[in-house]
Design a protein around this ligand. Structure first.
Ligand SMILES: [Zn+2]
Ligand SMILES: [Zn+2]
Length: 210
């Protein structure tokens, strides 16, 4: 897929690219998803935790989501579900009303002709004419998708969800194992000691070993 120059020239796209470190199709898909969702929800950038995003992937696209929607890992309003789909659910924390966007299957569809030419090019067996034929097919496919706008890439479905409570921050106390400060709700009691997860795992390993 070829990212059109007019998208790469936009200030909000540049902000995503600078946060992410490079431009790529994954970032661009996240950019398109965020634009489509925000437009649909008529929400402004979430200032605190109003808007919540559940991402079903943790790939490049999530960086554009963080920049454009204000749903971030640090604020706890970007929630990762390890499903492996290019899909995002955006809801308002208060109403629970929102949308789920999922990448349309046709985005991945490469016509047979283009696939054959790509294989030939990879095998270094393509003629100059076949290379330019491939480039034209590839460019036209990208162009026709991007010309239709974000809705060509993502389907959109209205949903209503009960949202998780706001992220809580508890005071930290020292772990009895390593003496490092740990959020107290994360400590676990083992043999009368309050241990962090790392120390608990280490103790289990030591006890499990011969
Ligand atoms: Zn990337
Ligand atoms: Zn510890």
């Amino acid at each position: 897929m070829i990212i059109p120059d007019e998208i790469q020239a936009r200030d909000d796209y540049k902000a995503c690219a600078s946060f992410h470190g490079h431009t790529c199709m994954g970032l661009t898909l996240g950019y398109l998803a965020a634009k489509l969702a925000m437009q649909h929800l008529e929400e402004r950038r979430a200032l605190d935790e109003e808007l919540v995003c559940i991402a079903e992937t943790d790939a490049c696209c999530c960086d554009a989501i963080q920049v454009l929607t204000g749903c971030t890992f640090g604020k706890g309003n970007l929630i990762y579900h390890d499903i492996g789909k290019m899909a995002f659910t955006f809801t308002s924390r208060s109403s629970g009303i929102g949308v789920r966007l999922a990448m349309r299957p046709n985005v991945m569809n490469v016509p047979e002709k283009e696939k054959l030419l790509a294989e030939k090019i990879r095998a270094l067996e393509a003629t100059t004419q076949e290379i330019s034929e491939y480039e034209e097919l590839h460019q036209n496919r990208s162009r026709s998708l991007f010309d239709q706008g974000p809705a060509a890439f993502f389907s959109l479905q209205e949903i209503s969800l009960k949202m998780p409570a706001k992220a809580r921050i508890a005071p930290s106390i020292l772990c009895d194992g390593c003496s490092e400060p740990v959020m107290m709700t994360k400590l676990q009691e083992i043999d009368g000691q309050q241990l962090c997860r790392t120390c608990k795992d280490k103790r289990n390993r030591d006890e499990g070993g011969d």
